[in-house]
Design a protein around this ligand. Sequence first.
Ligand code: HEC
Length: 256
Amino acid sequence: MKNSKHFRSSMILGFGFYLLVSFCFTGQVLALSDADKAAIGTEVTTIYRAARGVVAKNQGLINDASKGDKGFSADVVISKTKENYKKATGNDFKMADAGSLKGQTQKALLDSISSVISDAQALINEKGKGLKGFLPAIFAKQMGDGFNKNMKGKAYIKLTAPKNYVRNRANRPDKWEANVIETMFKDAGYEKNKVFTENAKHKGKDAFRLILPEYYKKACLNCHGEPKGAKDITGGKKEGGKLGELGGAISFVIYN
Ligand code: HEC
């Protein structure tokens, strides 16, 4: 009697221990190290930049007034995004396990890219209209908004810029981003293209944060370059930016 009782309680204990261990393996968000989170951030920002690059490379096509159907469909953009991903990383794009946070973020971003491009078909295919305002940064904003919605408070992405260069108020850096941009990224000694990561609050919640600096290339200066204040082709005011200067940053968050 005493023995069987003992046996029962050790069974219960053992089962509890089994549950705890299996939870640690399946409740992956809890088990992720900072290095794992940084790797997810690198993956997501790489796909994000790859997709934005597709829109940048096809600005001429998108703004071609003589053409109706441009063939710039969601499927085409996804496959070109994967090509850019391969160019950037040297590896084929591969979906991670659907239950993992990495797999969830990949799916959330690809789904967002597809729906933004699908929703923009009428605009993109409008014959007789040249400049359509479907710019890389505008696409990036929509792609980020879709990702954030799909991730339901687990992760977040945003394109931002130095405070004095922000055109769209929705892209303004928060305190943490502005601080990294001004005190680290703008420091002459800061290694180019190096991401900065830290455990810090985001929107009041404890989070792992990653931010990646981006610099003006020649093509950017048509709109963001000199002379400062002059109108660019979109009707906006040029920032007076210089070649190689810090022009933006991609900010990524995983909530704890
Ligand atoms: C055809 C003009 C044009 C070109 C070329 C261009 N941009 Fe922009 N960029 C804009 C406009 C317009 C916005 C504001 C978008 C909005 O209203 O959301 C913007 C927004 C941005 C933002 C978001 C922050 C903000 O100001 O709201 C960043 C970062 C940025 N651009 C960086 C770049 C970089 C880097 C390049 C080159 C790789 C580039 N842009 C090329 C016109 C351009």
